[in-house]
Structures are given as structure tokens and as C-alpha cells.
Design a protein around this ligand. Structure first.
Ligand SMILES: NC(=O)c1ccc[n+]([C@@H]2O[C@H](COP(=O)([O-])OP(=O)(O)OC[C@H]3O[C@@H](n4cnc5c(N)ncnc54)[C@H](O)[C@@H]3O)[C@@H](O)[C@H]2O)c1
Length: 192
């Protein structure tokens, strides 16, 4: 199913279709996100809305769409993809509004974790570092990439699989006693 996470009705419709097909919803990964490499003084109102709407409002919409089913089940796991940008005030490509959106995701996820733990629903975040995906493709010259990897203890950029493994951990019972956590997947780019 394809849908726009900024559209609440589309999120509700996607959850309803999944429920119709499978009878339950065990896992939600809030992964949709867009970025924009601009500086503070250049952020327009429309830029701010666009970046925050996808990462932050989208996370709220999709969580609202699946939480009633998870409540009925008294179980479920929601994984929210934030960013190292939220923790260090900028990643590599995102502007300050991107950092703000991803920091908002951390706060929203933690608050939802506190609210829904009693119902057996766990909500956690992943903060990826620099992962080579469509969001980063074509934006890194070999020299720039070397400069960046020189600052990463594991001496390489991340792969989608690196984040996927963390998602599997948080989605499954391997992480049964984890809620409200922030799992860094950044090769050591930020150690705190
Ligand atoms: N790649 C990185 O270095 C990095 C680092 C930290 C965090 N992240 C985050 O990881 C997540 C995945 O990004 P990625 O690197 O795979 O980039 P990507 O561009 O490959 O994937 C982003 C996905 O979000 C979808 N999307 C965008 N707007 C949407 C909308 N309105 N509704 C529904 N879907 C929408 C896109 O179709 C795309 O599939 C994002 O939230 C991104 O901010 C990425």
C-alpha cells in the first residue's frame, strides 16, 4: 500500500487495510522522512511545515492509526526512526528544521511509551548516523566521504541493513523489556 503519512485519512485507511488482511497489527516502523540542507535563516514557513509534517506529524498519524488495534491486542511494538541529527544538532545533510523534527520524534515516542506501556505496547526510537540510501545518494564526493568516515570509529558509513537489524531487535520480543529507549546506529559517530 502506498500512502502519504501527512494525510491522516490515508494513514487510517492503510491501518484498516492491514487489519482487514491480517486481523492484527503487531509492528509499526515510522520510517518516512525527508530532509533539506538549508541554514536557519533560510528556512521558510513552507519548508518548516514540509519537513516537520513528514517526520513528526507522520509519526503521530501512523501511531494513532495502529494504536487502537494494539490496545485491543494488549501488545505491539512501534519503532520510530529519528536521527543522530536530533542528538548532535545536525547530521550531515539536514537543516535545523530536520534536527527539530527528529528531536520531536524522540519526545513523542518517549511520551507514547510512558502512556501505552501499561497496555503491553512498547515504543522505541532508532537514531541512525550517516546511512547510504536514496536520501544521501549523489551528495557525497569521495573526498567528503573519506573526511566523514575518518571521524567514525567503525570507519565506514552505514547500510540500510544496519538500521534494519536494529528494527528487528526493537520489533521483536528480543527487546521485550525495552520501551522509551533510543538506540544509536551510528558506527560510533556520536558516543555519549
Ligand atoms: N540516510 C541517513 O543517513 C539517515 C540518517 C538518519 C535518519 N534517517 C532517517 O531514516 C528514514 C529513512 O530514510 P532513508 O535514508 O532510507 O531515505 P529514503 O529517501 O531512501 O527513504 C525515505 C522514505 O520516506 C518516504 N516518504 C517521504 N515522504 C513521505 C510521505 N509524505 N508519506 C509516506 N512516505 C514518505 C519515501 O518515499 C522514502 O521511501 C528517514 O526518516 C530519515 O530521515 C536517515
Amino acid at each position: 500500500m502506498v500512502g502519504d503519512v501527512t494525510d491522516k485519512a490515508a494513514c487510517d485507511a492503510a491501518a484498516a487495510k492491514a487489519l482487514q488482511a491480517y486481523g492484527r497489527i503487531d509492528i509499526l516502523v515510522n520510517n518516512a522522512g525527508i530532509t533539506q540542507p538549508v541554514k536557519t535563516l533560510d528556512i521558510s514557513g513552507a519548508d518548516y511545515d514540509r519537513i516537520l509534517d513528514v517526520s513528526l506529524r507522520g509519526t503521530l498519524h501512523m501511531s494513532q492509526a495502529v494504536l487502537p488495534a494494539m490496545r485491543r491486542q494488549q501488545s505491539g511494538s512501534i519503532v520510530c526512526i529519528s536521527s543522530v541529527s536530533a542528538q548532535r544538532g545536525g547530521g550531515i545533510f539536514g537543516g535545523p528544521h530536520y534536527s527539530a523534527a527528529k528531536a520531536g520524534v524522540l519526545g513523542l515516542a518517549r511520551a507514547m511509551a510512558r502512556e501505552f506501556g501499561i497496555e503491553g505496547i512498547r515504543i522505541n526510537c532508532i537514531t541512525p548516523g550517516l546511512i547510504e540510501t536514496d536520501i544521501t545518494r549523489g551528495k557525497l564526493t569521495p573526498e567528503r566521504k573519506k573526511d566523514i568516515t575518518d571521524t567514525i570509529p567503525l570507519a565506514r558509513t552505514g547500510r540500510a541493513d544496519d538500521v534494519a537489524g536494529a528494527c528487528v531487535f526493537l520489533a521483536s520480543d528480543l527487546s521485550a523489556y525495552c520501551t522509551g529507549i533510543t538506540l544509536d546506529v551510528n558506527g560510533g559517530m556520536l558516543i555519549h
